[in-house]
Design a protein around this ligand. Structure first.
Ligand SMILES: NC(=O)c1ccc[n+]([C@@H]2O[C@H](COP(=O)([O-])OP(=O)(O)OC[C@H]3O[C@@H](n4cnc5c(N)ncnc54)[C@H](OP(=O)(O)O)[C@@H]3O)[C@@H](O)[C@H]2O)c1
Length: 281
């Protein structure tokens, strides 16, 4: 497929994002840059990073070295929990930008709500102000539950453009997706492949994959697409990177979507990280 064939989502702030992106967790240094450049040359246009991945430098380097113009690429990063206080959040966003060496970031998210710490509204205000200053084009959150997003909207009047949450066939997030959709927030899926866990050997998915002569991974990523979810699979392998974009030449039937829905389970998270309890700094 040609690169231009990746459709886009329109965000609630009018900006656009490709419907599938590239996860960069654990892609660091020279090797990481090579993986990201391979991914860009295979057609990915959105790179998902975070301050805590310690690879914003590699992401920026890949973007600068790539032949694809900057305005056709989308770079996302995330604010860590230890810098939610307003002044620290402002400096951290600036630092993220300097680390990439780019003029702006396309998307900046609060990485985790850390509700016990209770500072995410301050952090959100810093993101709102960074967007006004042009440092970041769009702003959003990650791992936010409905009650956290309700608080942001109540306190600031600004809804996130994106909510990036753990989401795979084993943890389908029906309620969170419905809430996000109601607020015109794009739901993004982290660990869409369950980080290559047992999900990739699921018998039901295998049966569907055989019908289309596709891999289980392609079925999973097509399922995300048909749900209207932006998945960000990570692969360090150029052949797998390419396969993971080959989703637009087939469609799952309603029955197949329903069969995949039946795989959803309450304990389907890979590491049991419930954002109501779990905090990350
Ligand atoms: N917001 C958050 O809190 C949060 C948390 C976790 C992750 N994330 C983001 O989400 C991204 C994706 O999640 P993830 O990296 O945890 O896991 P993932 O994308 O679900 O899975 C990555 C694993 O799948 C393997 N893989 C990829 N394509 C494959 C294929 N076609 N066939 C077989 N195996 C394949 C990869 O191996 P190879 O590399 O060897 O191909 C790697 O081991 C991250 O990179 C990060 O950007 C965000």
């Amino acid at each position: 497929m040609s690169r231009a064939d990746i459709p886009t989502f329109t965000l609630n702030d009018g900006n656009h994002l490709p419907v599938i992106g590239f996860g960069t967790y654990q892609l660091n240094g020279r090797e990481g840059i090579d993986s990201m450049m391979a991914a860009i040359s295979r057609g990915y246009r959105l790179l998902d990073s975070a301050f805590n991945y310690e690879n914003e430098g590699a992401v920026g380097q890949a973007v600068r070295q790539s032949e694809v113009p900057r305005d056709q690429l989308f770079v996302a990063s995330k604010l860590p929990g230890r810098h939610h206080k307003y002044d620290q959040a402002v400096v951290t966003i600036e630092e993220s930008l300097y680390r990439t060496g780019l003029d702006y970031l396309d998307l900046y998210l609060i990485h985790w709500p850390n509700p016990k710490q209770g500072l995410f509204v301050e952090a959100w205000q810093a993101l709102i102000d960074a967007q006004k200053r042009g440092l970041v084009k769009s702003i959003g959150v990650s791992n936010f539950l409905p009650e956290h997003i309700d608080t942001l909207i109540k306190e600031t009047g600004v809804a996130p453009a994106v909510n990036q949450v753990e989401l795979s066939p084993y943890f389908a997030q029906d309620k969170q997706r419905a809430f996000d959709a109601k607020h015109n927030i794009v739901t993004e899926a982290w660990s869409p492949l369950g980080r290559a866990s047992a999900l990739l050997e699921d018998q039901h998915l295998q049966e569907i994959a055989a019908r289309y002569d596709k891999s289980i991974v392609q079925i999973i990523l097509r399922w995300h697409f048909q749900l209207g979810v932006l998945a960000i699979p990570k692969s360090s392998n150029p052949e797998r990177q390419k396969q993971n974009l080959e989703l637009f030449d087939f469609a799952l039937s309603d029955d197949e979507m329903a069969a995949i829905k039946r795989l959803d389970r309450p304990d389907g998270r890979i590491n049991d990280q419930d954002p109501a309890e779990y905090e990350e700094f």
